[in-house]
Design a protein around this ligand. Sequence first.
Ligand SMILES: [Zn+2]
Length: 339
Amino acid sequence: MKEKLQSIREEALKQIHSADMPEKLNDVRVRFLGKKGELTAVLKGMKDVAAEERPKVGQMVNEVRQEIESILDETKKKMDEKIREEKLKAEVIDVTLPSKKNVVGHRHPNTIAQEEVERIFVGMGYEVIEGPEIEYDLYNFEKLNIPADHPAKDEQDTFYINKDIVLRTQTSPVQARVMEQGKLPIRMISPGRVFRSDEVDATHSPSFHQIEGLVIDKNISFADLKGTLEVFAKELFGPETKTKFRPHHFPFTEPSAEVDVTCFKCGGKGCRFCKGSGWIEILGCGMVHPHVLEMCGIDPNEYTGFAFGVGLERIALLKYEIDDMRLLYENDIRFLKQF
Ligand SMILES: [Zn+2]
């Protein structure tokens, strides 16, 4: 019996010694000290031991048990400490290393241009109103005097969700929505994303931004439109800027015009930037068509108004002398950092 206990003890110590992780120590504990463990088996075999020998054998079993237990505990403690130490070593923070710099982003050239345009118009008493990017055909075309057979409605140019719903091709539907509410006078601009079924190139993108403006009140004339856009151009491109109105056609305005400003690079003398003409086209505008007023519930005999629309990207490209619109969407940080 004594020899058997001795060999159990030796085997247990050997296994404890070779254990390299806490889980293995636990295995040793189960194997020798557990309910079905080897020492427990010895205790169960006591019935075969002579009565007078039992206390002595019992004591020996307990001694071996205690020894194995204490060595197990001690080894486990050392092992845990070692693991902790290694973990600390791995997670060490070298306070002498230079700190990681947080890269702080800034506003996109489009956003800067938009806020600049908003600042100018809010300064003239305009409200900034946004509208849905997914729009009813009714607001995107019909209420803006764009008939069903108009080329702009072609699937070549417009993204249709279904026959009644489109991705808005302009921000003008916001004007129709505001006019319909019937709160007059109106003095608003509406910036936002618009969509056209265009191929991507240096001056086109299927998604871009517009800012539309609308004024409706009694006695609004073309002179008000000219004055307003002149102030806008001077604020945006500098006090020396001159404006020129060229007759044009839009379905929702009558008369309509396109507006050029004197080239802010050469002051109108002609340079590479303005292709020698001295002028740069920036926006479209006109007096709101009486049909549009009527369709939105406003009496064209009592009220008149003007509207204009400017491409936000066009402003950003001009202001920062960027020659390719794609650069605005690629989000290359090396490009965007420059503004
Ligand atoms: Zn020029």
